[in-house]
Design a protein around this ligand. Structure first.
Ligand SMILES: O=C(O)[C@@H](CO)OP(=O)(O)O
Length: 343
């Protein structure tokens, strides 16, 4: 049915079954639907109108009040008590800037050039994994660049829950079909990894591949500092931080925030400037404040998302730093369950 609309007057859940990956409006929110076969369940308020735009949807009976997005690799596990125990309106959001890359080491402007990690970067990613090894992770988002993907994968080798991160290939129907998993048990022991270029490093234009020191010597430190750290001045033919923020924050709001709202604990592995943009949004920084924000490679930052608010919790150090588990009762309970399960 085109332009399907449903008016609902009681609390509950609206389910939309996607016939093709698209957007729909839920109340005043635009929600991205996952590709064909994925279901989107949206908790809806007392009274709202739902429209599917031009795309065709089957509207299924409203069901329970739990909000979640489910699909072949995203379905919550009913038998998995550890993870279902953590389902709550209070979830963890972890941000990690990738470990040192070969061009960080050479001091070259990198931007969207796809450069792998150095040995030091590999070690940083593993150390980041130690720090978050007791924090629940249900979904992972990375940029499309290998340094962010290596960082996420290496970090997850350290996680005590030992679920397997699996990259979803949704680029076309066949890529999706050929990567299908046929065991429910295996799906339960997997973490979906969603990649998007919108989380990529800011595109550095004609500075990409140039040495930072030599560029400063040639154009002057002030000019290069302006290109690197102003908010709205782009480098030649590249993106300003503001332009990077437009696509990275839109992606976060449209794709990641609905998953947090649905109770998923999320890890994002991305880049200095795409993460500065997202932190600007999370911490409500002004354009003046964000230009002084610097992120180190390979240091995870933990946020708790609770009652629609992001609460910054710094960088956890596990397993020795007990303090992090005092942040929330849920995290402490999760860690206790891991201890019980693994001893
Ligand atoms: O070269 C880049 O892509 C970025 C991050 O390493 O540099 P900058 O420190 O200028 O943001």
């Amino acid at each position: 049915m085109a332009n399907a609309m449903l008016q609902q007057t009681v609390g509950g859940t609206l389910q939309l079954l996607s016939n093709s990956g698209t957007h729909c409006n839920v109340g005043n929110r635009s929600v991205r639907l996952l590709p064909k076969g994925f279901k989107l369940e949206v908790e809806f308020p007392k009274r709202a109108i739902y429209s599917s735009g031009k795309r065709k949807f089957n509207v299924i009976q409203p069901s329970t009040s739990q909000t979640s997005v489910v699909g072949p690799l995203l379905a919550p596990s009913s038998s998995d008590t550890l993870d279902s125990h953590m389902k709550s309106n209070e979830v963890a959001l972890i941000l990690i800037r990738h470990g040192e890359s070969l061009w960080n080491e050479k001091n070259l402007f990198t931007g969207c050039v796809d450069v792998p990690l150095t040995n030091k970067g590999v070690e940083e990613a593993i150390e980041a994994g130690h720090r978050i090894s007791n924090i629940p992770v249900d979904m992972i988002y990375t940029s499309s660049l290998i340094r962010a993907q290596m960082t996420a994968m290496l970090a997850m080798t350290q996680h005590r829950r030992k679920k397997v991160p699996i990259i979803l290939h949704n680029e076309d129907e066949r890529a999706r079909a050929w990567s299908k998993i046929y065991s429910e048990d295996t799906i339960e022991q997997s973490i979906p990894v969603i990649t998007s270029w919108k989380l990529n490093e800011r595109m550095y234009g004609e500075l990409q591949g140039l040495n930072k020191q030599e560029t400063a010597d040639k154009f002057g430190h002030e000019k290069v500092h302006e290109w690197r750290r102003s908010y709205d001045i782009p480098p030649p033919n590249g993106e300003s931080l503001e332009m990077c923020a437009q696509r990275a924050v839109a992606y976060f709001r449209d794709n990641i925030e609905p998953q947090l709202l649905s109770g998923k604990n999320i890890l994002i592995s991305a880049h200095g400037n795409s993460l500065r943009s997202i932190i600007m949004y999370l911490d409500k920084l002004t354009s003046q404040e964000v230009i002084t924000l610097e992120l180190s490679t390979g240091i995870p930052m933990l946020y708790i998302f609770k009652e629609g608010k992001f609460i910054r919790r710094g960088s956890p150090v596990a397993p020795t730093e007990a303090g992090v588990y005092a942040y929330t009762r849920r995290l402490a309970q999760y860690r206790q369950k891991l201890d019980d399960m693994l001893t």
